[in-house]
Design a binder for this molecule. Sequence first.
Ligand code: HEM
Ligand SMILES: N[C@@H](CC(=O)c1ccccc1NC=O)C(=O)O
Length: 282
Amino acid sequence: MSDSYSNDTFKSEKGIHTDFTEKMTYGEYLQLDTLLSSQKRLSDHHDEMLFIVIHQVSELWLKLIIHETQAAVRAIQRGELQSSFKMLARVSKIQSQIIQAWDVLSTLTPAEYMEFRDKLGNASGFQSYQYRLVEFVLGYKTPFILKIYKKDPELHAILEKAYHGPGLYDVAIQALADNGFPINKAILSRDFSKTYEKDPTVEQAWLEVYKDVDAYWDLYQLGEKLVDIEDWFQQWRFRHMKTVERIIGHKTGTGGSSGVGYLKKVLEHYFFPELWDIRTKL
Ligand code: HEM
Ligand SMILES: N[C@@H](CC(=O)c1ccccc1NC=O)C(=O)O
């Protein structure tokens, strides 16, 4: 199945190109012309290349995270938990890979960054729509985010769809209900465009799953896959915050936020709260 938000196959009106693939080269298949001519520095500063490449690599990995997570949501909805585990495990591996990028970026000194920072204008990672799609599929819905994309109707529509759709945790909670756990009806039919807030029936269900993992092995595996993803996500947020502090200290962000202060605040958010709360109770 193709991505729900991007054009990801070589297609003509007749369908996927097969005649073309016979004589195709490595570079054509990977569209290296486009990919490798997309690193355009705005300054002639040597280190701006590092800055661009790190961001582009991160965006490519985000693309795969979205592809895998959206497919995992659909698999869980179909009750195919085993197949979702494979995709969610892949997501965690990508997350661990993305985090390594901070070590490379940390070789950029504050003085080097300041030599080209003013060229970035008001652009900021804050505007990364793929990052927002990941937050949305993980269930974090911040109302002011959609407004950023008002001037781009196509992008706005993609984000709006994800904003109003169920997140990974919503389908996991539905799986708990489908397996006989008494989940509050208001949670099952909740407005998905609101960030999830914890509920005692969901906590009770996860508690029972975690107390008897042999009886509920699949649901336990699902819970642990979600904990892995949240754990890595928080590590990414933390490394971003620390790398930013290391490079620009407490300067205000180009996106208009307080900078490090804002990034520390976001760290307080939990995606799957009950899965963390139960640790204290087990
Ligand atoms: C020198 C390197 C970097 C600096 C100084 C930096 C700084 C910042 C700052 C200050 C913010 C807060 C918003 C603002 O006011 O601009 C922010 C947000 C953000 N940055 Fe970076 N950043 C850097 C590298 C990266 C990289 C490599 C990525 C990877 C894609 C990234 C992705 C993001 C995202 C997604 C946000 C939004 C976070 C949220 O709203 O929770 N940043 N960054
Ligand atoms: N917000 C950063 C600028 C920045 O990092 C940035 C600028 C343009 C494209 C991507 C960026 N990366 C992440 O926020 C700053 O305040 O220096």
